[in-house]
Design a protein around this ligand. Structure first.
Ligand code: PLP
Length: 446
């Protein structure tokens, strides 16, 4: 039996429709921006292996850090014990994070980083006897993960719908989706009017709001929606005005993806709680951190057990993952990582313009090392199925045939490479996208 046949007999992959899924791609090795298959194909990883990889696959600095750490201490529980990789990583994170974020709580993945943030925000108010602050506000098209708390703060979508009765209610307000402006405006004629939804919500119910949660500057799974930075600045301003906490979910945007180390920097704001994962380890191992301000941390300082944050995972602060994360952060110091992101951003800005041409292209947008093309139906109308739009799998198959791994979000095709991708590789990807979109616009069989 081949690897794929054995996989099919025993495994269950995320987000895979059982009856119609294409066979998984059997990967045996990866290096730089390339994945190598069992049958000898080379595939460019155009989505950084689900948005985690930044320095390229099998980066020697990261694999060396992993091997070195594995020789000393592979794991120890983090309740009551500590170790240098966890401490040094926390110190380094606090140095590079937006000002005021000082206390690091480790977990394992993006969803748990959010789960921790939500529970911390809730208990922060409860610990102060302010139990009425017990509601969360989230944005339209938000995606914060697949655990129940993270699903609850996420917007209603194909990812959450089957579980609606399990989830707690969250107030939902407009996101700044400029291509489909909720106010019917264009960016040239708007004064970030879409912030009015959040403002009105906090004006009316602010006293009951524990926290507002956002994916700053780039809403990923909701359709690669790129924000005007003024919206983010406005979110911070109104959260301050109505005294609520701001949670920035930078699980996707952290570590340079949007052109700044953290997306909050685009608006010069600091959240009260930030969620980090994905590229925290450079894309090598699972690890997450939820980092909070002194003020949040101090609400848990008490001799009273009921104020304790009773949350911990077996692999919290795993030394291997912490050592690799530290090595990844050191690469930011020692090599021009953010300059590479700027180089990619400039190339995408220029290259994307030519992707506007096919009539099925409604919008192109980019930020940092992320580019997105939103496909529309006839006359620019929204295609009906969003994430479930079958154009997504069709496109993915066409790109895979050309040696390019892309995984469209339904009608939103995006490209999010590791930062080590070369200029000629970016150019190659853009021409593949251009050709496939042109073919798609041609009549079938033509
Ligand atoms: N938050 C954001 C913004 C994400 O994009 C994701 C995953 O894509 C998550 C949270 C959940 O992360 P994970 O898949 O590691 O649980």
């Amino acid at each position: 039996m081949t690897l794929v046949e054995r996989d099919r007999a025993r495994l269950w992959h995320p987000y895979t429709q059982m009856q119609s899924a294409p066979p998984p791609v059997p990967i045996v090795r990866a290096e730089g921006v390339y994945l190598y298959t069992e049958d000898g194909r080379r595939i460019l990883d155009g989505i950084s292996s689900w948005w985690v990889n930044i320095h390229g696959h099998s980066h020697p600095t990261l694999t060396r850090a992993l091997a070195d750490q594995a020789q000393r201490l592979e794991h120890v529980m983090f309740a009551g014990c500590t170790h240098a990789p966890a401490v040094e990583l926390a110190e380094h994170l606090v140095r590079v994070l937006p000002a005021g974020l000082t206390r690091v709580f480790y977990s394992d993945n993006g969803s748990t980083a959010v789960e921790v943030a939500v529970k911390l925000a809730w208990q922060y108010w409860a610990n102060q006897g302010r139990h009425q602050r017990n509601v969360f506000v989230g944005l339209e098209r938000a995606y914060h993960g697949d655990t129940v708390g993270a699903m609850s703060v996420s917007a209603d979508s194909v990812f959450t719908r089957a579980f609606t009765p399990l989830m707690f209610p969250v107030r939902r307000v407009s996101d700044p989706y400029c291509f489909r402006c909720p106010m019917g405006l264009t960016r040239a004629r708007c004064a970030i009017d879409c912030l009015g939804g959040l403002e009105a919500e906090l004006q009316r119910h602010g006293e009951s709001v524990a926290a507002v949660i956002v994916e700053p500057m780039l809403q990923g799974a909701g359709g690669m929606i790129v924000w005007p930075s003024e919206f983010l600045a406005g979110v911070r301003r109104v959260c301050d005005q109505y005294g609520t906490l701001l949670i920035a979910d930078e699980v996707l945007t952290g570590f340079g993806r949007t052109g700044r180390m953290f997306a909050c920097e685009h608006a010069g704001v600091s959240p009260d709680i930030i969620c980090l994962s994905k590229a925290l380890t450079g894309g090598c191992l699972p690890l997450a951190a939820t980092v909070v301000t002194d003020a949040v941390f101090e609400a848990f300082l008490s001799a009273d057990h009921s104020r304790t944050f009773f949350h911990g995972h077996s692999y919290t602060a795993n030394p291997l993952a912490c050592a690799v994360a530290l090595a990844s952060l050191q690469l930011f110091q020692e090599t021009p990582v953010l300059e590479e992101v700027h180089r990619i951003e400039q190339q995408l800005a220029a290259g994307l313009e030519r992707l506007r041409e096919p009539p099925i292209v409604g919008d192109v947008r980019h930020i940092g090392a992320v580019a997105a093309v939103e496909l529309t139906g006839p006359d620019g109308v929204r295609r009906p199925d969003g994430y479930l739009d079958q154009i997504g799998p069709r496109l993915a198959a066409a790109f895979l045939e050309r040696g390019l791994l892309l995984r469209p979000l339904g009608n939103v095709l995006y490209f999010m490479p590791p930062y080590v991708i070369s200029a000629s590789e970016v150019e190659w990807v853009l021409s593949q996208i251009s050709e496939v979109l042109r073919e798609l616009g041609e009549p079938r069989g033509g």
